[in-house]
Design a protein around this ligand. Sequence first.
Ligand code: HEC
Length: 119
Amino acid sequence: MKKYFIMAATFVAVILLSNCHTAKKAAKTTTAPTVAAVTYHANIQSLVADNCSPCHFPDKGGNKKAFDSYDAAKANIDSMIARIERNPGDKGFMPFKRAKLSDSTINLFKQWRDSGALQ
Ligand code: HEC
C-alpha cells in the first residue's frame, strides 16, 4: 500500500514539475528578443565611411569637418543627425547632393547617440 502511495506522490510531483516547466517556457517566449547594441565599430564607422566620404575624410581629400574617427563622430553626432534628417533641397541637407539616407540608417545613428555612443 505504501508503495502505491509513493508512486502516486511521485506521479503528482512529476506532473506539477512539468507544468511548472512549461509555464516558465511560455513566459520566456513572450519576452522581447534582445537586440545587439549599436556601436561605432560594428555599425557607425562603415555608415559614415560609405555616406560621408570623401568630403568629411581628410585622408581621402575631403576638406569638410572630419568625421573620420570615433571621437570626431561622437563629438559631432547631434549636428550629423540634424543634417541627415533634412530633406534634399533643404539648406544644409546631408549627404550633400546625394539621396536621403533610409529611415533605418538614420535610426541607427539615433540609436547610437541615444545609447551613449558606444565604441
Ligand atoms: C559630397 C560631399 C559631402 C558628403 C558626401 C557629405 N557632406 Fe557634409 N558637408 C559638405 C559640405 C560642402 C559642407 C559645408 C556646407 C554646409 O555646411 O552645408 C558640409 C557640412 C556638413 C556639416 C556641418 C559641419 C560644420 O562645419 O559644422 C555636417 C554636420 C555634415 N556636413 C554632415 C554630413 C554627414 C553626416 C554626411 C554623411 C551622411 C555628410 N555630411 C556627407 C559636403 C559633404
